[in-house]
Design a protein around this ligand. Structure first.
Ligand code: COA
Ligand code: AMP
Length: 651
């Protein structure tokens, strides 16, 4: 369905064929009617080693590949070409760290030099095109350098967020088959220092795969260095020493379809899924989105307050801004507590940020600490042009608060690790369309979004259903799952043949605005972090006193959702509920990581189930969150629902 169809839907009907004037409608229409021509045109913004003559390879549908005959290097496009164009002195990266009280600028020339040396260092460690390198780093410039150095060699990076525990890291090392890990002595959280090296050693011991080299950036603030650690079969190197000894490395030409990175994300089962992003489609989509969605151009400052461990960080801290020749800000701090809720406004003002991108959770935590925005008023925010939000649903209340505070467009946009860029957004760089509270506006050009019911029938405006995207997905989206073509097909492409299943439900209103209401599966979103309740359940089930369990996402005023565990004890289990809760919380923290924020456990007599034994997690979630619910007719033990309601009433 085209955007022009969505833009005016007569009440109660399928959106009709209405062509609206306006720049956005024209762009979206072209992307729908001639996707190959549209993306070949967009490809002109990239410097190719071999220019694409065809846009799409559909020979292995439902798996598609963009720009099958083209070659390029992503780091060349992000760095060298700006330097060669005489923009070497432009600031590429601003590192701002309230936790170590540092601020530093890197020009494009300086960043290029570091990336050339890091690529040389990796090459010396035996890394060649196609090898996998795991990056486990806090928000320091070395993270950006390491990612671009991998891209320079044609190696595939996989960044793992620092809040994940050794077991999760080991699962990613194994699945990716990593040759090298790049890490640091640790990260700094407001409340504590997080030493990374013991986690690395533990992950290497848990992993069944041998990593040949660990490179450690020694941070003076955190104990531990390469010299103090060892593990069988692995060489430990010091970042600083090896960078001094390294020879600069030239960019390696790769096929547009070759993988640039793997980014693991939570699935509905316990094992994480490696989303694969290619080089060519990604470079084209990033560059297109910087201009057309964010309205950010070369020399302008974009700050994405996320973490390089998440897709938002990959796309809009690192690749998007640098491919566009813009200046990006790498902020090692929190929205509150480093030192206060004015931190974001300070950064915007200090670096004259034009476009800020963060999560609704971050805004809610700022609002809680500074409801009347007294701290914001201390800073000159006139440089700010727009605020973009994603990672979870932007509740209308937060949208209204931020809009009143900034008096600038506050733009919700909806996307996923899998898509790498916005499925729906207001096309700020193309046209300033009116925003609507609770909606990420319209499908982005290239995404043909539909709402269908369980049987795959297209639904009318205002009717909620599964949000699906007609295949092929546009460039920059996942090409497959790492070593998992079939898993990709089974998990995303089989429910509704010809469509990609987003896993979100939602509806179009009568004017074609999309509303994304929540997940239809067991994924929850805690403080903008995507987590699998299934993986938490796997951990709880290991406890000797637990017979069965369910983890549900409860509504949380700041974090959006928080996980809560409901456990049934084995008969005869002799353990105090308080002790059990402490043990289960510690198990989740040790096996998944602090980022899971798992803190609540309730013992219940039984869990509601269907006759086939499936736990009714959705019904539980609705009861617990005080939402309307319908008990499915196939329910086995209706009394379990009453028990849960009663248990909650007493909590
Ligand atoms: N390394 C190690 N531990 C980390 C970590 C990291 N990179 N990031 C978070 N953690 C830890 C925290 O220290 C905390 O540990 P604790 O239980 O000992 O306190 C735990 O993981 C949970 O962290 P978090 O969910 O971040 O909660 P918080 O109370 O520390 O902070 C917010 C709340 C809202 C300030 C914070 O979650 C935030 O900034 N969220 C925005 C997230 C975001 O930008 N997501 C990207 C989507 S666009
Ligand atoms: P992640 O892969 O971590 O980016 O999480 C993707 C999921 O976060 C989506 O499938 C949605 O459930 C949710 N999400 C992200 N952005 C939004 C948004 N703007 N509105 C509603 N949900 C969102």
């Amino acid at each position: 369905m085209s955007v022009t169809e969505h833009l005016q839907a007569p009440a109660g009907t399928t959106p009709g064929e209405v062509t609206l004037p306006g720049a956005f409608a024209a762009v979206a229409e072209r992307a729908t009617s001639d996707p190959e021509g549209f993306w070949l045109d967009a490809a002109q913004a990239i410097d190719w080693d071999v220019y694409p003559t065809s846009a799409l390879d559909d020979s292995a549908a439902p798996l598609y590949r963009w720009f099958p005959d083209a070659r390029l290097n992503t780091s060349y496009n992000a760095l060298d070409r700006h330097v060669l164009a005489g923009r070497g002195e432009t600031t590429a990266l601003i590192y701002d760290s309230p936790v170590v009280a540092k601020s530093k600028r890197y020009s494009y020339s300086q960043l290029l030099q570091k990336v050339e040396l890091c690529a040389g260092m990796l090459a010396e460690a035996g890394v060649v095109a196609g090898d996998r390198v795991v990056i486990y780093l806090p928000m320091i410039p070395q993270a950006v350098v390491a990612m671009l150095a991998c891209a320079r060699l044609g190696a595939v990076h996989s960044v793992v967020f620092g809040g994940f525990a050794a077991k999760e890291l080991a699962a990613r090392l194994d699945d990716a088959g990593a040759k090298v890990i790049i890490t640091a002595s640790g990260g700094i959280e407001p409340s504590r220092v997080v030493e990374y090296l013991p986690t690395i050693v533990e992950a290497l011991a848990l992993s069944s795969h041998t990593v040949t080299t660990v490179v450690v950036k020694d941070r003076p603030e955190v104990a531990g260095s390469a010299a103090e650690y060892s593990s069988p079969g692995t060489e430990w190197l010091d970042w600083h020493e090896r960078m001094l000894a390294a020879e600069p490395h030239a960019p390696v030409s790769v096929a547009a379809t070759d993988p640039l990175y793997i980014l693991y994300t939570s699935g509905t089962t316990g094992s994480p899924k490696g989303v694969v992003r290619d080089n060519g489609g990604h470079a084209v989509a990033m560059t297109w989105s910087m201009k057309n969605i964010y309205g950010v151009h070369a020399g302008e400052v974009m700050w994405t307050a996320s973490d390089v461990g998440w897709v938002v960080g990959h796309s809009y801290i690192v690749y998007g801004p640098l491919l566009a020749g813009a200046t990006t800000v790498l902020y090692e701090g929190k929205p509150v507590g480093t030192p206060d809720a004015g931190a974001f406004w300070r950064v915007v003002s200090d670096y004259r940020v034009k476009t800020l991108f963060t999560s609704p959770t971050a805004l809610r935590s700022i609002r809680k600490a500074d409801p009347h925005a007294h701290l914001a008023k201390k800073y000159d925010l006139t440089c700010l042009d727009a605020l973009f939000l994603a990672g979870e649903r932007l509740d209308p209340d937060t949208w209204t608060w931020a809009t009143a505070l900034l008096e600038k467009p506050v733009i919700d946009h909806w996307w996923q690790t899998e898509t790498g860029w916005a499925i729906a957004a207001s096309p700020y760089g193309i046209e300033r369309l009116p925003l609507r509270a609770g909606s990420p506006s319209f499908p982005s050009p290239g995404y043909n979004v539909e709402i269908v019911d369980d049987a795959g029938r297209r639904m009318n405006a205002m009717q909620e259903g599964h949000i699906v995207i007609r295949l092929p997905l546009p460039p920059g989206t996942l090409s497959t799952l790492w070593r998992g073509d079939q898993r990709y097909i089974d998990g995303y492409l089989s429910a509704f043949p010809g469509f990609y299943l987003t896993g979100d439900s939602g509806f179009f209103d009568r004017d074609g605005y999309l509303f994304v209401m929540g997940r239809t599966d067991d994924i929850i979103n805690v403080a903008g972090h995507r987590l699998s309740t299934g993986s938490m359940e796997q951990v709880l089930a290991q406890h000797p006193s637990v017979a069965e369990c369910a983890v549900i996402g409860l509504h949380d005023a700041i974090k959006g959702q928080k996980p809560a565990g409901y456990v049934v004890l084995k008969s005869g289990a002799d353990i105090e509920e308080r002790v059990l809760a402490l043990e289960l919380v510690a198990m989740v923290r040790n096996q998944i990581g602090a980022v899971a924020a798992f803190k609540e456990v309730t013992v219940v007599a039984s869990l509601p189930k269907t006759r086939s034994g499936k736990i009714l997690r959705k019904t539980m979630r609705q009861i617990i969150n005080g939402e309307e619910y319908v008990v499915p007719p196939t329910i086995d033990n209706v009394e379990a629902i009453a028990v849960i309601v009663a248990t909650l009433a007493t909590n």
